[in-house]
Design a protein around this ligand. Structure first.
Ligand SMILES: Nc1nc2c(c(=O)[nH]1)N[C@H]1C(S)=C(S)[C@@H](COP(=O)(O)O)O[C@H]1N2
Ligand SMILES: [Mo]
Length: 434
């Protein structure tokens, strides 16, 4: 089925450009690719038989020496795999977001270099020698820990996603940003290493009767603070220093961050400097002005932290182009803040018919899961959708079901089914179906 003649997907124009420019860029891209495939056609079968005998230059010469110093980088041919900011979304670069290029990634782990970033007041340069973690409040033994102290505690490594509560926020108003990087790129999944928060709270001798909440504070200029309910704190929250086998990247909280698995990203406080045990929520700025959902009746929903079951097709996805009819593997990501993904169904006709996709093992709790399904494109317009179900039975809603309950004035917590329209010319567009 998947031979040399298998249809290809041409990458998305990588910048989030105004519509007119975007179309122009697509046209140019199209012309380039048509020329390339014409070349393949004219050289044809004869070229293919001789190509086996053709020895490329890199086989006929000595390669570069081993890299004995420095840090390895991706091939220069992969230079388009970049985090990107969405122009116009956040005018201040210090209070901004860079998005993960989901369309370029395989499997479930996000390379640290393209993990999305969300800073409220820029990225601080923290000196690990001077950094301290204070644990106080309703505790018997307040602690002031150095990084060395933190790293002496028993550690765990776990794979989890971090998703900003605002991921997909533009789709509430049907802004239709062009690529999956901008629709869903405020998510990443890493192997994190650190100490369970419960271990540190035990060490501090927290008040088990009165201690109902933990406040976490960051050492950046925003001094970002969030309230974590004690059930979460004792369940699986981690104080993290490792990410994908090495120390955290500066932009992801070096040298220490909180990780609240399954909960919106803002609770995973970076550059973590303070944990306070208390008996009620603090109602800080980041939990009263932001990260709240304005409902149709004018009420605000607050402390709605868990990221509900969600999925998206990453290939084919918005801005890419299918080169010709034939076989395609539809693949994407699914996740739930409540646990494991149980099933992902895929539709190619806008939700009329569904087929169950294959889930790549291991399917981990509160982590990204990769799904795949075979598709033979007949060249007709198609509407690609994925819909995930998690182990608690939650089903990913469509945008209309979500709007019926939540209205259109939300920014956060959009877990609706995403639709990609495949045009007869193979171009893929971000659309919402009636
Ligand atoms: N101290 C601090 N922690 C922070 C933030 C911040 O600006 N300052 N941003 C939060 C938000 S809104 C999100 S979505 C996640 C993003 O984590 P990342 O930048 O590692 O992707 O960090 C959270 N932790
Ligand atoms: Mo966020």
């Amino acid at each position: 089925m998947k031979g040399v003649n298998a249809a290809r997907v041409i990458a998305a124009p990588e910048d989030h450009l105004p519509e007119a420019l975007l179309r122009l860029q697509r046209r140019n891209f199209l012309r380039g690719s048509v020329a390339a495939s014409a070349l393949v056609a004219s050289t044809g079968a004869a070229a293919q038989t001789t190509s086996a005998a053709l020895v490329p230059p890199w086989t006929r010469s000595l390669g570069a020496p081993v890299v004995t110093t420095g840090y390895g980088m991706p091939s220069k041919h992969e230079a388009n795999v970049q985090r990107r900011q969405s122009p116009g979304l956040t005018p201040q670069p210090q209070a901004s977001i860079s998005f993960t290029p989901l369309q370029n990634l395989f499997g479930i782990i996000t390379p640290s270099g393209v993990h999305f970033e969300r800073h409220h007041s820029g990225m601080p340069e923290v000196d690990p020698q001077q950094h301290r973690l204070m644990i106080h409040g309703l505790v018997k033994r307040p602690l002031m820990l150095t990084m060395d102290d933190v790293m002496r505690f028993p550690s765990v490594s776990r794979i989890h996603f971090i998703e900003c509560g605002a991921n997909g926020g533009m789709e509430w108003a049907n802004v239709a940003v062009p690529t999956v990087q901008y629709t869903h790129g405020m998510i990443a999944c890493s192997e994190f290493t650190g100490v369970l928060l419960s271990t540190l709270l035990d060490e501090a001798g927290f008040d088990r009767a009165k201690g109902k909440f933990v406040l976490a504070e960051g050492a950046d200029g925003s001094a970002l603070t969030r309230t974590i309910p004690m059930e979460f704190a004792l369940a699986d929250v981690m104080v993290v220093y490792g990410q994908n086998g090495e120390m955290l990247r500066p932009e992801n909280g070096y040298p220490l961050r909180l990780l609240v698995p399954g909960v919106q990203g803002v609770s995973s406080v970076k550059w973590l400097r303070r944990l306070e045990v208390g008996d009620k929520p603090w109602n800080t700025r980041e939990e009263s002005l932001h990260y709240i959902d304005l409902l149709p009746d004018g009420m605000h929903r607050q402390y709605s932290g868990v990221q509900e079951v969600k999925s998206v097709i990453t290939m084919p996805s918005g801005g890419q182009r299918l080169v010709g009819k034939g076989y395609f593997e539809i693949t994407g990501l699914a996740w739930s803040g409540r646990g494991r993904v149980k099933r992902v169904d895929v539709s190619v006709d806008g939700g009329r018919n569904w087929q169950t996709a294959r889930l790549q093992e291991p399917v981990l709790t509160k982590a990204l899961s990769r799904f795949r399904i075979d598709w033979n494109w007949d060249g007709a317009p198609a509407l690609l959708q994925s819909r995930a179900v998690d182990e608690t039975g939650h089903v990913q809603p469509n945008i209309h079901q979500l709007r019926a309950v939540r209205g259109v004035r939300s920014i956060y917590h959009n877990n609706a089914v995403q639709t990609w329209r495949v045009q007869p010319d193979g171009e893929v567009w971000n659309v919402q179906v009636a």
